[in-house]
Design a protein around this ligand. Structure first.
Ligand SMILES: [Zn+2]
Length: 236
């Protein structure tokens, strides 16, 4: 008798658990189709994440704070021109990924070149495609000097079509591009770096503030775009 009551109680509890499970499941599905346009809750969350990524992003810039120092160190630097260089390098990066072959970046670090090759390899494996790139804005993000090397970082906001295997989606993104410049190569032992040389006589120029070559007196205007090394590219 006691055994029968226990069995019945157990059956009732199991029934309640099953009913509660279906009730919650139905609630979640309904919630999901109302808010995410799909009946699968987790797929809905993934979709929501995607929609978040399609919101345009705000660039994080410190321009008003950093520009005076940068301009005092590089009196002839055309910062707008370096921003275009940053954007051009982002486009070359995407072109490398979509054409599966590394584009001609000019002055690029060996480390970054290797990373891009690896990116191309992954894109090939996952059948990744990138198209319709629309660059919104580029701002100066950081400027630091350490051990004879200047590091200038730009942040660019952009949108593009991203395909992964078979699904295509619009992504709004933020990408940092980092440029380095050796202003005193007596302070660094890195072999990979390029220091400023006079374009006329090839003499090494020490320090940032020379406006003319101390050897041949040629003007040193507008050297920055050719001497800045493209060192890194990071999604933010
Ligand atoms: Zn010279």
């Amino acid at each position: 008798m006691l055994g029968l009551i226990t069995l019945l109680l157990l059956l009732v509890i199991i029934l309640i658990v099953i009913l509660v499970y279906f009730y919650i499941h139905r609630k979640l599905s309904r919630f999901s189709s109302t808010f995410f346009g799909t009946s699968d809750f987790f797929e809905g969350l993934a979709k929501q994440k995607q929609e978040f990524e399609s919101e345009p992003k705000t660039p994080f810039g410190m321009e008003s704070l950093l520009l005076p120092e940068l301009m005092s160190d590089f009196p002839f630097m055309n910062v707008e021109e370096i921003k275009r260089l940053a954007e051009e390098n982002i486009l070359l990066y995407f072109e490398s990924i979509s054409t599966r072959s590394i584009q001609n970046f000019g002055n690029i670090s060996g480390k970054l070149k290797e990373e891009i090759m690896e990116g191309i390899h992954k894109a090939e494996k996952n059948n990744t495609s990138i198209s319709d790139i629309d660059i919104h804005k580029t701002v100066l993000n950081s400027y630091t000097k350490y051990n004879g090397i200047c590091t200038i970082v730009f942040q660019t906001t952009l949108g593009y079509q991203f395909g992964f295997r078979d699904s295509l989606s619009h992504i709004e993104d933020r990408i940092n591009t980092e440029f380095i410049y050796v202003y005193d190569d007596t302070k660094t032992s890195a072999q990979d770096l390029i220091s400023l040389k006079c374009p006329n006589c090839g003499a090494p120029i020490k320090g940032l503030k020379h406006k003319i070559c101390p050897y041949c007196e040629a003007g040193l205007i507008d050297l920055a775009p050719r001497t800045l090394k493209f060192n890194n590219l990071v999604r933010k």
